[in-house]
Design a protein around this ligand. Sequence first.
Ligand code: NAD
Ligand code: UGA
Length: 459
Amino acid sequence: MNFGKKILCIGAGYVGGPTMAVIALKCPQYKVTVVDINEDKIRQWNSDQLPIYEPGLDGIVKKARGLNLFFSTDIKGCIKDADIIFVSVNTPTKTFGLGAGMAPDLQYWEKTAREILESSEGSKIIVEKSTLPVKTAQAMEGILKTNENDSCFEVVCNPEFLAEGTAIQDLLEPDRVLIGSHQTDSGLKAAEEIVKIYANWVPKEKIITTNLWSSELSKLVANAFLAQRISSINSISALCEKTEADISEISFAIGSDRRIGSKFLNASVGFGGSCFKKDILNLVYIAESYGLDEVAEYWEMVVKINEYQQERFVARIVNAMFNTAVDKKIAIFGFAFKANTGDTRESPAKYIVKKLLEEKAILSITDPQALTNARMDLAGMDGQIAFEADPYKAANEASAIVLITEWDEFKRLDYDMIYKKMRKPALIFDGRNILDHQTLFSLGFDVYPIGKPSLTHSH
Ligand code: NAD
Ligand code: UGA
């Protein structure tokens, strides 16, 4: 088949894979190729067992793969061939050197820039899809401008706002698509090329174009605002536990104000995921590097409250178990950082499990999709851990259930049956407030929700 433009995406992860699958589905006139240095991942993208679990993704990949969607490890060849290159490599928090623990580690991103430079001929549009610090495009251009042949590049920024678990829905019907470019003739022309791609299925009024730096910074700010809402409601959940106010009633009451809105007000055991913490720390680092200490401190508190929420949750568990969890079996319901994904990056479950192991508890972990990742995450950790696909088995003879991920599967369990097979008193800690607490209490459980009075029989 003769294609119009050729799109390449470097990085076949949670963003690159689903985003390109949707672009391929919606734009049959483009040839879309996704490359990665990880050969195993590419092999999986070309198989029936995709490397990530995301509702709706399988069907789309099956429809487009082999027609206009391809997965490859030939990075050099594909760069040479491409007209438009999306860069969607990982940008984790730096663990070493200057800015360790705060700044993003840009080594993968810089390697990609150099690979593009080495393998390119002619003119190409480079699209920043990864989340990057504001002004990164300048650095990207700095590298790309060192070319010694006739290649020329225009860098635009098209940050991704999809959330895991709802990625396909988010991509098919985005609230907005953001495209930032230099406000020069060539910059605006490049932005128009990217607008053209999305205009195949996204209404024009939802495609926002801005200058490059606004686009880069908007991505960090969007994540910071979302995380801030969670930390705000979680901070109030601590106050609720002291005052007998109910956090769900408060979320509803304040969320009914249209100026506040109802989304992202679910109190929880804390936010996880690969991006919120990383992106806020990135924002904090940028603010600090410009000498804006008050701005940095303001945003840093969002991360601190998130840590506090997890610490509080563990302390409540230990305290309710008569201050000792030694040799007690605890069932951990959920290891993914949220429902509908197998992703465990920065999941609060890791912290909670680590702390409960330090208390010498015996843990049985169950999760519908994340057990493979959980096994890898906990490999080498001291203590007694079992992984159990069946939640009933995980809870068998346990003294407590600790619910960390809001999977629908956990709502539908037969808690009467579970209760009968647990050690008494049987405790349940609902870190997501998704269970029917009154019913659990009437079955015999001592129930510990987040931000609500506990319901206990014995103490
Ligand atoms: P990921 O780790 O799942 O995928 C990144 C991929 O890039 C990996 O498969 C890695 O092997 C590959 N890679 C690294 N260096 C490479 C190179 N030189 N050449 C080819 N491939 C290379 O990461 P992700 O979750 O997809 O995130 C990617 C970016 O998107 C990050 O900046 C992240 O902040 C941002 N983002 C993520 C999400 C999300 O929900 N995960 C949402 C929006 C934005
Ligand atoms: C988030 C953003 O929602 C996306 O827009 C963004 O593109 C993405 O980060 C990114 O840049 O990586 P994601 O982390 O996949 O998406 O998932 P969210 O739905 O935002 O949830 C993040 C965490 O917050 C989860 O642990 C979730 O359980 C928690 N959360 C969410 C709450 O505790 N309470 C809420 O009310 C909402």
